[in-house]
Design a protein around this ligand. Sequence first.
Ligand code: PLP
Length: 407
Amino acid sequence: MSKTHNNYQSPLPVDDSGFYGRFGGAYIPEILHRNVENLREAYFEAVDDPKFKEEFDWLMRHYVGRPSPLYYAKRLSERYGTNIYLKREDLNHTGAHKINNAIGSALLAKRMGKTRIIAETGAGQHGVATATVCALMGLDCVVYMGATDVARQQPNVERMKMLGAKVVPVTTGNHTLKDATNEAIRDWCCNPRDSFYIIGSTVGPHPYPEMVARFQSVISEEIRWQLKELTGSEEPDYVIACVGGGSNAAGAFYHFINSPKVKLIAAEAGGKGVDTDETAATIACGREGIIHGARTLVMQTADGQITEPYSISAGLDYPGIGPLHAFLAESKRSQVLAINDDEALRAAYLLTNLEGIIPALESAHALGVLDKKKFGKDDTVVVNLSGRGDKDMATYLRFQSNKNERI
Ligand SMILES: *Cc1c(COP(=O)(O)O)cnc(C)c1O
């Protein structure tokens, strides 16, 4: 169950080769082998070093603004007849959980003596978090982004540029996230000496899924003591989070994975429905395959071509899923629900109306679960609010005007 590298123990169900059951591993070309090996060694050495943790904790507190509140949502709780706590990752600097991983990874890059950071981004959130941290630490930053995404995520592109990053539009494939990821990996192959690749989720070859989960685990570390203060118990009945690649969910689940009492629910993006072609529900619709260096579930055609996923939320339309989540779902440790576009939009409006919090569209998928499950009046339900909704205003406004037209 847990593995030991030096003194480091992981509570994740992962073996020494990075396998979660049959998912995970490191399926990489020969040319990347040294890079990944160096990264693995440096990472396991760093997480053993109290000085590394001290530096990480200091930035979490003074730069990111942690701990993020665990907020008892009174009116939302009344509405659902249960006790709902929101983990407010939306209040972090840059507005989402991605900064936690960007800081941990950049600290590791500096420790390894790297001066140049490579990242990929879809909606731009990971790109902005990475560009932010590179400005903070004086590192060069190159962000690969599908040309289609560059066009539709202009404000985030401008942000990255102002922060000093070079944004490279990618025009291979479908000009979206998976193509940007391929380009980022290609760059890393060519520049192994000075460059460090920061992946934005719990995906990619080992040790990335484990490393990103570890940096995000600050979320559940805080939930435990915050819940103890608020309710007297460290363990809720449910933890709910949305999954794209799976990093915010991994962080929210991390310190509960070995607590059988705590039910883990992952919300994936149903798009227009899991029975349509327009979906990003990888666990419902994907088949086993290899994507970006890991064996996992992948959205693919009958002959194994990776298909373009769809979701109203740009942060959830990755055609794979982190190997940890493929394993948790298959072993029934987690329950996975597909939340469709319209369900997420309704959940976002409900939270806004009852609590005065506009959530990211991704996080709204986690909130959509509240309508699909029946919770007891004494249950404690934690929903990870992965990000804030400012970036999604155009989509929300479009939905609202459509609704008005229908009335
Ligand atoms: C990127 C993003 C996600 C999806 O990524 P995960 O790795 O699955 O967490 C979810 N919420 C927000 C706000 C994001 O920016």
